[in-house]
Design a protein around this ligand. Structure first.
Ligand SMILES: NC(=O)c1ccc[n+]([C@@H]2O[C@H](COP(=O)([O-])OP(=O)(O)OC[C@H]3O[C@@H](n4cnc5c(N)ncnc54)[C@H](OP(=O)(O)O)[C@@H]3O)[C@@H](O)[C@H]2O)c1
Length: 318
């Protein structure tokens, strides 16, 4: 089973470290020549939770070689870029689709909801899958990542509720490669479980410049966090998407008692993106809630206000 990874960042390198095998070459499709060079020289290295794994350069190919994509096509293409790069990846992928669509499958490994949309015009949904990652990968050098946190196994599934047998060997491969992974028969619930946490904390953490524990300790920001969660529950109820928690209140009890304490010192990755002058994943997070709310006629004033403020902070006017 061969893999190609689009986006050679923290998650891309982390997953590559689990998937590489001595008898195969794994394709790493990034866009940074210095990263390619570092990987060609040193291979990749993963440290942190679950121990060390080094993959030597001879198990990796870092240059896009069209012949390797077509003559010996990867069985899986993993999309590991930030969500805002999905449109660009889909544009690169579209011309390859007629030759690849019968032989290969896509696995979108990004945060957010709706990342599959740019692929749908040209890619069959039976070959389009998602992964939810709540493992923290920190990239220290171009070719090195550290696993700094792990909340639950990487979950693989179909948001369309389709057959997921093809994902079983992928989950096994990631798992035996050192990071717990499993398949899920209810991917919308799994992805929205993470959306609740991300939408409640990332934008506000970025705008307020506060860590997650500080956001919930302060009464003003805590009430905004809780209102985001209630708005998302209302939207999902209208959209017919069910969650493992029957009500927003039930989720909030888990959120405050179990999810916040171990991540109280965490800083929002959106804050890091804004500080670095990069775009953020706001459209795949609060933007996706807004769009779904509009579709089902449910107002999302707090989610929309946060989305608007983050867009402004990015320097956008719309
Ligand atoms: N890191 C984590 O702990 C973690 C945990 C859970 C979920 N996630 C999610 O996983 C996704 C990836 O996050 P990450 O932390 O791995 O991000 P990252 O470290 O920024 O890596 C993304 C990589 O994609 C590359 N890229 C961007 N546009 C590209 C293009 N058009 N073609 C090829 N490569 C391109 C970037 O290159 P440049 O450096 O040149 O921009 C970067 O190397 C995000 O959705 C994130 O929210 C991350």
């Amino acid at each position: 089973m061969r893999f190609a990874i689009w986006g050679v960042g923290a998650v891309g390198i982390g997953l590559a470290s689990t998937l590489a095998r001595p008898d195969e070459r794994l394709l790493l499709l990034g866009r940074d020549p210095e990263t390619d060079e570092a990987i060609a020289r040193h291979g990749i290295r993963r440290t942190g939770l679950f121990g060390e794994r080094v993959v030597p350069p001879d198990q990796l190919t870092t240059r896009m070689d069209p012949t390797s994509l077509f003559e010996d096509p990867p069985d899986w293409h993993l999309i590991c870029t930030k969500a805002y790069a999905t449109d660009a990846i889909a544009r690169e992928f579209a011309p390859l689709a007629p030759a690849l669509a019968k032989r290969t499958r896509l696995l979108l490994c990004q945060n957010g909801w709706g990342n599959e949309e740019p692929f749908r015009p040209f890619w069959p949904q039976t070959r389009l899958f998602h992964a939810r990652v709540i493992t923290g990968f920190k990239r220290h050098r171009r070719h090195e990542v550290e696993i700094t946190a792990h909340a639950s196994p990487i979950a693989l599934g179909s948001v369309f509720g389709l057959e997921i047998g093809s994902l079983v060997p992928v989950a096994e491969r990631i798992d035996t490669g050192g990071v717990p992974a499993e398949t899920s028969g209810d991917m919308p619930a799994v992805l929205w479980g993470k959306m609740l946490y991300n939408c409640a904390l990332n934008p506000l953490g970025a705008l307020a410049g506060r860590r997650y524990g500080e956001l919930t300790a302060d009464q003003t920001t805590r009430s905004l966090v809780e209102e985001v969660i209630r708005e998302i529950f209302r939207v999902l109820e209208a959209a017919g998407i069910s969650l493992p928690w029957p009500t927003a209140q039930a989720y909030l009890e888990t959120f405050h008692a179990e999810l916040i304490p171990p991540t109280a010192a965490h800083e929002s990755s959106m804050l890091q993106d804004l500080r670095a002058g990069r775009p953020t994943e706001i459209e795949a997070l609060c933007g996706a809630v807004e769009r779904l709310g509009r579709e089902f006629d449910i107002e999302t004033p707090v989610v929309s206000a946060l989305a608007t403020l983050v867009r402004r902070a990015e320097g956008r006017t719309s």
